[in-house]
Design a protein around this ligand. Sequence first.
Ligand SMILES: [Zn+2]
Length: 358
Amino acid sequence: MSVACVELNGSIVLNNGTTVTRAWLTDELTTGAPAGNPTQTLTGFFFPGLVDAHCHIGLDAQGATSDHAARQQAHATWHSGVTLVRDAGSPRDTRFLDGEPNTPSIIRAGRHIARPRRYIRHFAWELDDPQQLPAAIEAQAKAGDGWVKIVADWIDRSTGQLAPLWTRRQLVEGIARAHDLGARVTAHTFSTAALDDLFDAGIDGIEHGTGMTADHMARAADAAVPVTPTLLQVGRFSQIADQGHRYPLFARQMRAMGERRYDHVAHMVEAGVKLLVGTDAGGTIEHGRIADECAELVAAGVPAPRVMDAATWQARAFLAAAPRAARLPAAVVGYENDPRRDITELHRPRHIVAPWRG
Ligand SMILES: [Zn+2]
């Protein structure tokens, strides 16, 4: 099958972050004019397609979705300008979506791993015995596309507080097994208590990260471990606190972390932590909300150009550098106005182009 060639004019950010005034999109985004005439010429502000680095296609509030609902989630994601997703765990195998039109490329983490009564029911693979963690990580490392997602903390109802799900030793062994298989591991954390063991064990990514102290931020920056702040989700912490009102310590902690969320993310950026942008859609948040998540990061004080870098070429480069990364197909999203000047422009993607999708 021949690949279409689209000529882009205006302002085009390439996959290495440089901006040019003319480029071509075939099976790659290039500044060298390909042979033959372009099949289409477009004008505007173009970026490598947005990357939602934390969402769950195939998951809704009840758990695994139908195939039909998973497809609708994928379409909503695509139409928001997202051409690449790193899923953060899904109970539904979504491989049937591969290659469908209006569907982002999905880098899968298999099923996320938790324990009974220590996460939202019906979402994750729940291990009765936490000693099974290394074997479970190994199984998901084999099932996914080079990423594994673990739930590292949740409320412990016996103490009424957030607490780690795993021991340091289980994490060290589990993450080592993933690394042996060329897979990376990212961890859901809300708490402070879970973080030292994760960093000691060589974790590759932190999701939410609301409990990170200045020391944790320094460790993340030093080790180039990215954090996905999921501000839309953290903005819901007061609701989670209301649901957990029988656990006053937990409720107070969640409320406090929710309230300080913008300052906390601003501190991460000051500390040099690499950010990924993730909506945490699937479960309670609707798919297709990357524009809102980017606006939240701007509200936290991250300059819009940096948000655009994080949400596009930097995320793509980070995911492409993973040991088991497949070649990422070229795609761009284009806007009439520059979202680096006004992030609300992300609500109006004008062109979402992936020639390999025909
Ligand atoms: Zn999530």
